[in-house]
Ligand binder design. Structure first.
Ligand SMILES: Cc1cc2nc3c(=O)[nH]c(=O)nc-3n(C[C@H](O)[C@H](O)[C@H](O)COP(=O)(O)O)c2cc1C
Length: 217
């Protein structure tokens, strides 16, 4: 079986933000089959503990992440919603005008022990279990980005701006107990205004953030 060198995928993956004029959005084309196959690959990410049962919703789905998929038509419909409701919409409408797909990746916090209901992406307990849920969900998001890179897709992992708001979750039927980890845009490979990730060129040498350790004498 031919193998695609993973080192190439890791170094080729990069952020590209793509913006279209919301008045003249990109053609709403989504290859749902490809997106679903990439999401299925992302689902092989490691995870340590099952998600708390409050997130199961009838089925015993133990992964500590959920991937909510919006096709291009849905992205276009979200433009007006964000423009009308967001205090600061930023460039989200332009990116919704460009996207072929949007993956709202959430992680599933354990219910807070202080009685707070933990709704609306609020605070969560700073526990080891929650840290590992976030870590696992992040691994799944990165796996998606790498798999998408192998397919030649253009991607951007964003914090989401108004897409992480409770009103957006409500509109799209995303349970309020979930917390957005990333709004991952899949963009067309051509057209629009195209901007790289701000940190891309600011990376340090490996030795700056990784050293061998030895026991103290
Ligand atoms: C959790 C997370 C959230 C991010 N949120 C944003 C964001 O809101 N806005 C933004 O411009 N970039 C965001 N980024 C993308 C980074 O800016 C980008 O990865 C970085 O500039 C490095 O560029 P590269 O991905 O091309 O290597 C986010 C990345 C991560 C991992």
């Amino acid at each position: 079986m031919p193998s695609y060198p993973v080192a190439d995928i890791l170094t080729t993956r990069k952020t590209t933000k793509v913006m279209f004029d919301p008045e003249r959005p990109a053609a709403p084309e989504t290859d749902r089959e490809t997106i679903e196959s990439l999401i299925a690959l992302a689902g092989w990410a490691p995870f340590h503990k099952p998600a708390h049962r409050v997130h199961w919703r009838g089925t015993r789905t133990i992964e500590p992440w959920r991937f909510h998929l919006a096709d291009a038509a849905t992205c276009r419909r979200l433009i007006g919603f964000v423009q009308d409701n967001a205090e600061k919409a930023g460039r989200v409408p332009q990116m919704l005008a460009a996207a072929q797909a949007l993956i709202l990746a959430t992680w599933l916090p354990n219910p807070p022990e202080n009685g707070d209901d933990g709704l609306n992406g609020g605070l969560f307990d700073p526990t080891m279990a929650n840290m590992e849920h976030i870590a696992a969900a992040s691994a799944a998001v990165q796996s998606f980005l790498l798999a998408a890179t192998e397919r030649g897709l253009t991607t951007y992992w964003s914090s989401g701006g108004y897409l992480r708001d409770a009103a957006t979750f409500d509109l799209l039927g995303i349970p309020a107990q979930q917390i957005l980890l990333g709004a991952v845009f899949v963009f067309p490979n051509d057209g629009g205004e195209r901007i790289p990730g701000g940190m891309r060129d600011k990376r340090s040498e490996r030795a700056a953030w990784s050293t061998w350790v030895t026991p103290r004498e």
